[in-house]
Design a binder for this molecule. Structure first.
Ligand code: ZN
Length: 132
């Protein structure tokens, strides 16, 4: 992952425009209280993280895609070891995986959603536009 790629911003939870400022108030994913709290804006470039009211409702589509991908992955991993007749094992494994990865999934879906609309800009590009 190099600076300037979407994956850099997504997996390091950094600002999609400058890739330097933090996106969430706390770096820890598994902090149950305020785990998904966003900063109001990027501390480095000033990008508004909440462009409009309800902006992150769209992140639920991304979260759904992540959840389905997880369910498919768990199913494929269990197939060689567990018979299809043991559906309780499949459902338990999928539900457990989704529950354990829920905080990470919520964070990823939000930053992926914002990355769909914001492009990376180098410091020179930001200076030309009169930003920070
Ligand atoms: Zn920024």
């Amino acid at each position: 992952m190099y600076k300037g790629s979407k994956l850099y911003s997504i997996f390091r939870f950094k600002c999609p425009r400058c890739h330097e400022g933090d996106f969430f108030t706390h770096p820890s994913v598994y902090r149950w209280k305020n785990s998904n709290e966003l900063l109001p804006e990027c501390p480095k470039c000033g990008l508004n993280y909440q462009p409009e009211t309800g902006f992150y409702f769209g992140a639920s589509y991304v979260s759904y895609a992540i959840t389905v991908a997880l369910a498919v992955a768990v199913t494929v991993m269990l197939l060689p070891f567990v018979s299809w007749r043991n559906e309780v094992i499949y459902i338990s494994a999928i539900a457990g995986t989704i529950f354990i990865t829920l905080p990470l999934s919520i964070r990823l879906s939000r930053i992926i959603w914002l990355n769909l609309f914001i492009r990376y800009k180098t410091p020179e590009q930001r200076k030309k536009e009169g930003g920070f």
